[in-house]
Every structure is written in structure tokens, then in C-alpha cells.
Design a protein around this ligand. Structure first.
Ligand code: OXD
Ligand code: MN
Length: 582
């Protein structure tokens, strides 16, 4: 019998899992440095970790995963609610009984010969009322090492669980890593997760996507808050005022870069503070504003493309105390990935001598895991129990055509519609067909733990929950001209757009009203020092009436897939836009 906790439900669950999975031993994680040293020794001795160059990268380790286990697996990810309709067309569904039966059969005896780790963790600052706790049981020491960086893990979390007597249950086993025996199951009604057959972050670090988004989004609806796939940044102006912005973008749109943006030369006295780069939990405060925390304690970022020019802040944090997964290495054993610099790697992500004929040296989804505390722009407000007040919410997509650089929505309901219609266009290189629009509402398509129609209704209900809601904006850094060249420089220059957004929130700049929202005049975006002419700005800030009429029809078609459950006001908003387009 396990006696490491005074919480009866936890002790009972741990014992039941031990009986089912049959581990050799059970280790309750305390989160101490000593524990981490022992774990690192173990990972080094069994070959799961390789030490990287200790001169250039002290305390950094390389993990090479199974080559079949390098990403999230959406087709094997299920939401198991009693009613199929509650999972919605946006999720794969299985009944709870079938889900448990399928995955429990795999867990039977799966930890034989292994140690079972019990990881109590807290998502969010340990003393924040917005935080929520969970316990992950896993047979992977690599998962423990990552959870230690990504969450507040160990004894303080266990104490909070014992005090609150509630926690999300996450059961994980790597099994034999076969894609044939892999499932990521969520049981929102039971606040539980079962994940089998993958060691990859998004499938195995259960605090992240499984808990902090899928289960938390369901919990948030019941409890009146929001769990979102958003970065949080603080924008400080030369007067020392800080405005906090939460922003959702589909993958490959530069969320981590935006969260750590460095202001252009001409923006003396301006600074971006990083609160989080991936997940945001928001709740109305007594002042009617939305207050947000980043539930994570670290970054699990994509390595390729990270460089001195794209994200110097990120690069700087990766020289110490970092776990690298599936990157390449140089001859002197430093981590390397495409886009980092022009050195030639010695070994690829599968440990082979590098040969360009085998494809990229670093796996395209190779990752770094590093504590937020190592981030030079980390905001001390990220640790504040009350969170930070959000002035603006930004939705964004990768749209080569049609969608302006920035616009402000006219109301909360309009903002919710714009979030629901969020999309990225695929490129010819990726699909063979340019301009195929993929909808990714609020960047939550893979992460919303319930029916999107109910989720939008929940978003809409915030006008009754809070009377000082943030403005909702849409940005598009990715417009291209007829020669296929990007029209906006992006990266640090995006500061210029953030400045306009904050000024709109303060009411200190005008805008032009159009059918799709409020748009800046060309001279309201500061382009000093950029080689961009008035005509190009005009193009970036124009509304193509015919194009938007087509877009409205496409959005309508997409929303139709949610049938009767779709909130009526979303169609009304869309109808209004159509009327105003004329
Ligand atoms: C992530 C993702 O890893 O969105 O953050 O897939
Ligand atoms: Mn993400």
C-alpha cells in the first residue's frame, strides 16, 4: 500500500494503477535537486540522455526519441464523453467505457521491470487561485525530467492537492512505443487522462496539452474561466506603463518569437516582457477585467528556425540547463538545427553521420525544454498569484492574401466570430494547392476538450461575466505581393502593430470603420526606418470587398458543420458583416 500521501483518493488511485501495471518500484517525486541529479544519472546510464559539450552547454542533455515518435498524433487522440455531441465535430470521440477498455488492456502489466513515477504538479504559480493541480503517473524518467521543467512539480504541489482534495489524474506509459499501440485518451467528465505508447512531449507531458488545454478547457467552461492556446506578453512603453496582451496563432506562425520580441532600434524605452509562449488561463477579476496566468513553468519550443536573428532571447536561454530532443550535433558535440547558423553538423537526429541525402539534420519538430527562469525577458509578473490584467486579445493566421495586417473587432461577439473563423492558408510546397484555407478556431482545433459550438457559446457568455473585457484584434504578418514576396517585415517590426493595438485600447488613436472591423490609417502605423512605401501600406490595410464576400461564404459553410448547437449570434454577426460589405 502506498502511504506517501494523506489524500485517500490519490493513495487509492496510485495503488490501483500499481496493481494494474505491475511496476518493480514506485517513486513519489519530490522535485528536489538531489532527485533530479539521480534521475539525470539514470538517464545517462541507460542511454536516454547524452551529455552535450559541457564547456559550451553546461548541464545540457540530448535525447533522441524513437523515429516513429516525434509529434502529436491527432488521429489517435480521443475525447471520451458520455454523449458524442459533447465532443463535437472538432474531436475524435469514443465512449468512456470503450475508451477505458481499449487503453486499460494496454496498461495491463505495462510497467513490469520499470519504475513507476508519481508526479504531483501544479499548473500555474503554486499560490495562485487560478492554478490547478494534477498528478501524472508515468514509467518514463525522461517525462519526469521534462515535467520538472515545464510545471511546478513535487512536494509543494502535493501539499496543495492534499489541501484542496482535487486533482487531474494522468496515467502514462511508453509501452513499447509502437504506433500500433498508441492512444491519447481524455475523460473530461472524470478529469482524467490516459496516454499510452508515446514519449513525445505533447502526448506524454500530460500537464501541457492534455491537462492545461483539453481537460482545462472543459473545467473552465464549468467554472466560468477560459483555458486558451495563447502566448502572454507585457508591452512596456517609455513611460513605464505595461499592457498585457494574449495572442493565439496556429502552429508555425511564430508564437515563441512574438512572446520574446526585441523592439526595433528606433523603439528606445520600449520592451516586451514574456509571461508565456503557449498557454493562457484567464478569469474575470473583481474589476471586470480578465486576469491571466501562464500555467507552465518552462518552454517546450521548436528548435529549427531559432537563431540569433529570429529569436536571440530564446537562443540565449539554451546554453545551460536545457534538454534537447531530436536535434543534430556538431563535431564538438554542441546542439545544432537547421536555421541556427552555417556550421555543418556531424551527427543527425537519429545519431547517424550527417548526410544531406537523409533529409534535415535536426528533426523538423525537434525541441528544447528549458525553464522560464532562464528567459532574459521573463516577466516577474508571471509568478504573481493574481495573474496579469489583459488589455487586448489577438487572433492571427497565415494568410497570403485578403486579410489585412491588423484590424480591431467591433464588439466581443464580433471578436468571438473572428476567433472562430481563424485560419491559415497552406502553401504550394506543403500541399500542391495554394490557398487551401484550413480553419483553426482560436488555434484550439487540436486542443479544445469539447464541442466548439459550446465553446463559442462559453466565450460569448463573458459579456455577462465581466464588464471591462479586452479588445479583440486580428493580425496577419504573412501577406504576400504578386511576386510572392512578404509585404510586412515581421519579427521585431511587429512591435509597430502592437503599439497601435495598445493605443486603441487606451483610446489614443483613431481608426477607420469598415465592415470587417476598425483599421488603422496608413499613417497611424509607425513605419519610420522601414523600406515600405505608402502604396504598400495602403494595400496591407485595405478591405477587398469581393474577396471578403467570398470569405464570409466560406466561414458560413464552416460554421454550418456545427449545426443547431452553433450560437445564433455568430450567424447574426456574419450576416451583419455581409450586409455592410454591400
Ligand atoms: C505545441 C503545439 O507544441 O502547439 O505547442 O503543438
Ligand atoms: Mn502550442
Amino acid at each position: 500500500m502506498s502511504t506517501n500521501t494523506s489524500n485517500a483518493a490519490l493513495a487509492e488511485w496510485v495503488n490501483a494503477v500499481a496493481k494494474q501495471t505491475n511496476p518493480d518500484q514506485i517513486h513519489w517525486c519530490t522535485g528536489t535537486d538531489e532527485e533530479n541529479r539521480e534521475l539525470t544519472e539514470l538517464l545517462l546510464s541507460d542511454g536516454s540522455f547524452k551529455e552535450l559539450n559541457p564547456e559550451t552547454h553546461p548541464n545540457c542533455y540530448l535525447h533522441l526519441s524513437d523515429s516513429q515518435d516525434v509529434a502529436r498524433v491527432e488521429h489517435l487522440t480521443f475525447i471520451c464523453t458520455s454523449e458524442e455531441e459533447d465532443a463535437g465535430p472538432n474531436n475524435h470521440w469514443m465512449s468512456p467505457a470503450e475508451g477505458h477498455a481499449k487503453i486499460d488492456a494496454l496498461f495491463e502489466g505495462s510497467m513490469r521491470g520499470r519504475t513507476m513515477y508519481v508526479i504531483p504538479y501544479c499548473m500555474g504559480p503554486i499560490d495562485s487561485p487560478l492554478s490547478r493541480c494534477g498528478v501524472e503517473i508515468t514509467d518514463s524518467p525522461y517525462v519526469v525530467a521534462n515535467m520538472r521543467i515545464m510545471t511546478r512539480m513535487g512536494s509543494p504541489a502535493l501539499l496543495r492537492i492534499e489541501r484542496e482534495n482535487t486533482f487531474v489524474k494522468g496515467l502514462h506509459s511508453i509501452g513499447d512505443l509502437s504506433p500500433e499501440r498508441r492512444y491519447i485518451m481524455h475523460f473530461p467528465e472524470e478529469l482524467s487522462i490516459k496516454s499510452f505508447g508515446s514519449g513525445y512531449g505533447g502526448n506524454a507531458l500530460l500537464g501541457k496539452k492534455c491537462h492545461a488545454l483539453r481537460i482545462a478547457s472543459y473545467q473552465a467552461r464549468n467554472e466560468g474561466w477560459l483555458a486558451e492556446h495563447m502566448l502572454i506578453l507585457g508591452l512596456e512603453n517609455p513611460e513605464g506603463e505595461v499592457h498585457y496582451i494574449a495572442a493565439a496563432f496556429p502552429s508555425a506562425c511564430g508564437k515563441t518569437n512574438l512572446a520574446m520580441l526585441i523592439a526595433p532600434e528606433s523603439y528606445k524605452g520600449w520592451k516586451i516582457w514574456t509571461v508565456g509562449d503557449d498557454i493562457c488561463w484567464m478569469r474575470p477579476g473583481e474589476d471586470g477585467r480578465l486576469w491571466a496566468i501562464n500555467p507552465e513553468a518552462g518552454f517546450f519550443g521548436v528548435a529549427p528556425g531559432t537563431s540569433k536573428s529570429t529569436n536571440p532571447t530564446a537562443l540565449e536561454m539554451l546554453y545551460e540547463d536545457t534538454i534537447f530532443t531530436n536535434v543534430a550535433t556538431t563535431a564538438d558535440n554542441q546542439p545544432w538545427w537547421e536555421g541556427l547558423d552555417d556550421r555543418v553538423p556531424a551527427k543527425d537526429w537519429q545519431g547517424r553521420d550527417y548526410d544531406p541525402a537523409n533529409g534535415p539534420a535536426a528533426q523538423p519538430n525537434s525541441r528544447f525544454t528549458v525553464s522560464s527562469k532562464r528567459c532574459g525577458s521573463y516577466s516577474e509578473m508571471a509568478e504573481a498569484p493574481q495573474g496579469v490584467p489583459i488589455s487586448a486579445i489577438i487572433f492571427g493566421g497565415r494568410r497570403e492574401r485578403l486579410v489585412p495586417l491588423v484590424f480591431e473587432t467591433k464588439s466581443w461577439a464580433h471578436g468571438v466570430l473572428v476567433g472562430a473563423a481563424m485560419a491559415s492558408e497552406t502553401t504550394a510546397a506543403a500541399t500542391g494547392a495554394v490557398g487551401v484555407v484550413r480553419r483553426d478556431p482560436m488555434a484550439m482545433k487540436p486542443f479544445c476538450g469539447y464541442n466548439f459550438a459550446d465553446y463559442w457559446a462559453h466565450w460569448l457568455s463573458f459579456t455577462e461575466r465581466a464588464d471591462n473585457l479586452p479588445g479583440i484584434f486580428h493580425v496577419n504578418w504573412f501577406r504576400k505581393d504578386t511576386d510572392g514576396k512578404f509585404m510586412w517585415p515581421g519579427f521585431g517590426e511587429n512591435m509597430r502593430v502592437l503599439e497601435w493595438i495598445v493605443e486603441r485600447c487606451k483610446g489614443t488613436v483613431d481608426a477607420q470603420e469598415t465592415a470587417i472591423g476598425f483599421i488603422p490609417s496608413t499613417d497611424d502605423i509607425n513605419v519610420d526606418g522601414l523600406s515600405i512605401d505608402a502604396e504598400q501600406m495602403q494595400e496591407l490595410l485595405s478591405v477587398d470587398q469581393q474577396g471578403w464576400l467570398g470569405e464570409v461564404d466560406q466561414i458560413n459553410e464552416y460554421l454550418d458543420t456545427y449545426g443547431e448547437r452553433l450560437p445564433a449570434s455568430m450567424r447574426e454577426e456574419l450576416h451583419r458583416i455581409k450586409q455592410e460589405l454591400g
